[in-house]
Design a protein around this ligand. Structure first.
Ligand code: NAG
Ligand code: NAG
Ligand code: NAG
Ligand code: NAG
Ligand code: FE2
Length: 460
């Protein structure tokens, strides 16, 4: 019932912003990006600059700190010494009357030694409120701000940004700039994995984790990014004695996994506005009886569609992918979990990994039982839409070559045959459909999402 209700009354809008094009509905950019690999910004690039002042806090980033968004985790690095572990914060710019104390961590990776990594959770925040926060000590303090989400509930509109596979190339910088300048402002980023690509450097040079942290600070210090682990977060390098998967990532990026009863930071859930967001790990065990499997099995019944009508899943490796890059890598996880996604009417699954954009109809492929031959995806109104948005801009370049598709002909949009580009997306959950660009005409044709007023705006 509630589910029917939400499918009729809510609208999802995907706005796919492309590099160098300012996208207004239907406007096509003439920009065609070169297909060759892009290159990383050099260590002395402006975006990697260390902030002024001795031991100034750097790489500042925030993420949601509990289940409902009334807590925020603030993280930062002090390079030279531990410095202050406190966050001063408040709702008035010049009266930071609250304070919270963080935790400190450090790690070594081969010959690299990290700075002092601070994580501090600010709790009991008011919803939909702008907070200012200050880090550092003495002359080298830095101040930032964020806005907490509205209280969780079915009628709460909210706009997410979507970025995946960002890296630190010149194109990564353009993607981030484009996201920031987007006329429709994302309030939090759903990040679908592959952050710094430090592992592309000799010995996984972790200095590139630091540069990445400084590069994205200009967005993630001001709005939470919701982290998903990708393959470039694994940093498994036995040849240099680094055998603990996710070591740099898990020291640097904290997530509120315990709030959702998870036992590891790679799979967890949060609620934000009208969405329940489940984050899965393509690179942690997901077979039957594994911790991730058990957690997900117990997680689905907790989703309350009257409270959070939107059910969104993030993962790194896509289940449906028509490109010959990483083709079928997501298949075994799909086989494990897809029936649950259909039974629980997941709305949309976002993935990265493949450096391209692709979107499917609502499809499922769960009928196969070895002897019946039913192995093709079919239209299924209970199934999610699958969106690959892995074209953030890292230096490996874009996926442009199609292969036989495990989704085709159920894929409704790929960038093949159009100008390839890097980009991000904007995903707006709205009940009232008031936005000028996206008013949903009552006589409008139903889109591929097959229900009510869902509209995808894919703009080139
Ligand atoms: C802080 O700044 C003031 C004024 O610029 C300067 O006089 C003082 O020496 C600085 N203190 C430190 C610890 O750097
Ligand atoms: C990155 O983008 C920002 C904002 O557009 C710009 O100011 C900066 O110069 C760019 N840096 C590089 C290295 O391209
Ligand atoms: C689900 O959410 C609704 C609306 O917030 C609430 O009234 C109801 O008690 C919740 N149901 C459960 C089982 O928690
Ligand atoms: C494109 O993909 C096809 C099928 O996988 C492969 O045979 C071909 O070599 C690829 N072409 C390029 C340019 O990668
Ligand atoms: Fe990846």
């Amino acid at each position: 019932m509630a589910d029917q209700f939400h499918r009729l009354l809510l609208a999802a809008i995907i706005f796919f912003g492309l590099l160098l094009s300012f996208c207004h509905g239907g406007v096509t950019s003439s920009f065609v990006r070169k297909l060759e690999k892009t290159i990383d910004m050099p260590l002395d690039a402006d975006v990697f600059r260390v902030p002024h002042g001795y031991n100034a806090p750097q790489q500042v980033h925030i993420t949601q700190g509990n289940m409902d968004g009334s807590a925020v985790i603030v993280s930062w690095v002090t390079p030279g010494r531990a410095g202050s572990n406190m966050v001063l914060y408040g709702t008035s710019e010049d009266n930071l009357k609250f304070q919270a104390k963080g935790k400190l961590t450090q790690y070594k990776y081969y010959t690299y030694k990290s700075g002092f990594i601070h994580h501090c959770t600010l709790r009991n925040l008011k919803f939909a409120t702008k907070y200012y926060y200050k880090l550092g000590i003495g002359n080298t303090t830095r101040q930032f701000w964020f806005t907490t989400p509205p209280e969780v509930g079915p009628d709460v509109p909210y706009t997410f940004g979507l970025i995946g596979d960002l890296g630190q190339s010149y194109d990564s910088n353009s993607t981030l700039s484009h996201y920031e300048l987007n006329p429709i402002k994302g309030e939090a980023v759903l990040f679908v994995g592959d952050l710094s690509y430090a592992d592309n450097y000799p010995n996984h040079d972790n200095v590139r984790w630091d540069t990445w942290g400084r590069f994205v600070e200009r967005s993630v210090a001001y709005q939470p990014w919701i982290w998903t682990a990708g393959n470039h977060e694994i940093d498994f390098a036995p040849e240099i004695g680094e055998t603990k998967p996710f070591k740099p990532f898990s020291h640097r990026y904290t997530v509120p996994y315990k709030a959702s009863g998870s036992t590891a930071p790679f799979w967890y859930s949060i609620k934000r506005a009208s969405a329940h967001v489940i984050v899965l790990s393509s690179y942690s065990a997901y077979g039957k009886y594994t911790p991730q499997y058990k957690w997900l099995e117990e997680e689905f019944p907790k989703v309350n569609r009257s409270e959070t009508p939107w059910l969104i899943v993030l993962m790194h490796s896509p289940w449906y992918n028509s490109y010959n890059y990483h083709y079928m890598e997501g298949e075994s996880m799909r086989v494990m979990y897809e029936p649950w996604f259909v039974q629980n009417k997941v709305d949309v699954v976002f993935a990265g990994h493949v450096h391209a954009y692709e979107r499917t109809h609502r499809i499922s492929n769960i009928a196969y039982n070895i002897i019946n031959g039913d192995c093709m995806p079919v239209d299924d109104p209970s199934a999610p839409v699958y969106i690959t948005i892995g074209d953030g801009g890292n230096l490996e370049g874009l996926a442009t070559n199609m292969t036989r598709s495990n989704a085709a002909p159920k894929t409704v949009f790929q960038l093949t045959g159009r100008p390839y580009s890097f980009g991000h997306a904007i995903f707006s959950l709205s009940r009232t459909l008031t936005h000028a660009y996206y008013a949903c005409p009552s006589t409008g044709t139903k889109t591929a999402m097959q229900s009510g007023c869902y509209r995808f705006y894919v703009v080139l």
